[in-house]
Ligand binder design. Structure first.
Ligand code: NAD
Ligand code: UFG
Length: 340
């Protein structure tokens, strides 16, 4: 298939490009590079030996999106583009609503105009209400989001559902990611956060590299076995393969379908620190800090629907996640800013 990948220079998008190319698909990427570097695609080309067309484009500009569709023939869209920093979304809500909603609306409009009927959207476990019993499945309650970023994911899901319902012949897949971590085993592509990382895994790996003095563990008084927060960490290569499985599934169906992409295996912050130390042999100095506002004690997936309908499940272990994160971090101490 000829696949249009928005946000394809970013962390998850670049790993998905690798899996798409290796599965024999062709890829055209559009990104405005607000949180990424086009160097990632040169690395994707190195890994796969295949060319990727890159178009620098801001999806908020509807004429620019239309022009991309007018000059290509796409079978399917994978929509990764979006802003994703929870804290920034609290400080700048309009930026988040404007960017994430308008991008999705412009994309839908161009799809309709040019007869493209299949789209896979990067949603998040954050759309589940915090008061659900764990693990969450696709029928669990959504809404009650604790920040504007989460609401943009919730609203984009509604926009895409409504459009699929109205058109009748569209196929929309909403993939709810849990906590993507890790990197391609080549060490050529990985997560390259700007500034001080918000998320656990990049903070651990930068601490291991000596760029951070120590890790702050946000709370050890949660109602969990070791008191630290529990999440469902999933290797980004497994996550990327989930998109290829979803594309295959989309061939057969119309309407909207939702899937969790997680491992179903809960892991605490302390367990992750120990797993990283074991996999890499590098000690992670840490301190216990106050809870981070908005955090919940535990979030993890029931991924059984993805296995049942997509034939997909995560294959890679916590050890793989830690080893591959460290391989990327140690080979690229400055992310894509440094040469490999
Ligand atoms: P990322 O920031 O690495 O990638 C997103 C890409 O979108 C970036 O390359 C950015 O430059 C681009 N972008 C943003 N606004 C754009 C616009 N208006 N026009 C064109 N390009 C634009 O993030 P990621 O971790 O790869 O996440 C990909 C998607 O998955 C996002 O939609 C994110 O919200 C979602 N998601 C991520 C996580 C996670 O923990 N990483 C969890 C759940 C969902
Ligand atoms: N944590 C620390 N120290 C840190 C960073 C994180 O102790 O320096 C802890 C958090 O308190 C939490 C766990 O590590 O218990 C995971 O935190 P992350 O920030 O890595 O991930 P979250 O689950 O909070 O959030 C992530 C994404 C959101 C997304 C959500 C659900 O950042 O965008 O997963 O998909 F919405």
């Amino acid at each position: 298939m000829n696949v249009f990948v928005t946000g394809g220079t970013g962390y998850i998008g670049s790993h998905t490009c690798v899996e798409l190319l290796e599965a024999g698909h062709s890829v055209v990427v559009a990104d405005n590079l607000v949180n990424s570097s086009a160097e990632s695609l040169r690395r994707v080309e190195r890994i796969t030996g295949r060319a990727v067309e890159f178009i620098e484009c801001d999806l908020r500009e509807s004429a620019a999106v239309d022009a991309v569709f007018a000059s290509h023939r796409f079978d399917c869209v994978l929509h990764f583009a979006g802003l994703k920093a929870v804290g920034e979304s609290v400080a700048k809500p309009l930026l988040y609503f404007e960017n994430n909603l308008n991008s999705t609306i412009n994309l839908c409009r161009a799809m309709a105009e040019h007869g493209v009927k299949k789209i896979i959207f990067s949603s998040s476990a954050t759309v589940y209400s915090p008061d659900n019993v764990m693990p969450v499945n696709e029928e669990s309650r959504t809404g009650g989001c604790t920040n504007p970023y989460g609401w943009t994911k919730f609203m984009c899901e509604q926009i895409l559902r409504a459009e699929a319902e109205a058109r009748g012949d569209w196929s929309v897949i909403l993939l709810r990611y849990f906590n993507p971590v890790g990197a391609h085993p080549s060490g050529l592509i990985g997560e390259d956060p700007r500034g001080i990382p918000n998320n656990l895994m990049p903070f651990i790996s930068q601490t291991a590299a000596g760029r951070r003095d120590h890790l702050n563990i946000f709370g050890n008084d949660y109602d969990t076995p070791d008191g630290t927060g529990i999440r469902d960490y999933i290797h980004v290569v497994d996550l990327a393969r989930g998109h290829v499985a979803a594309m295959n599934y989309m061939e057969k169906v119309t309407g909207t379908e939702v899937f969790n992409l997680g491992t179903g295996a809960p892991c605490s912050v302390l367990e992750m620190v120990r797993a990283f130390e074991k996999a890499t042999g590098v000690k992670i100095p840490f301190r216990i800090a106050p809870r981070r506002p908005g955090d919940v004690a535990r979030v993890y997936a029931d991924p059984s629907k993805s296995l049942r309908l997509l034939g997909w499940k995560s294959e890679l272990s916590l050890e793989d996640m830690c080893r591959d994160t460290w391989n990327w971090q140690s080979k690229n101490p400055d992310g894509y800013g440094g040469d490999l």
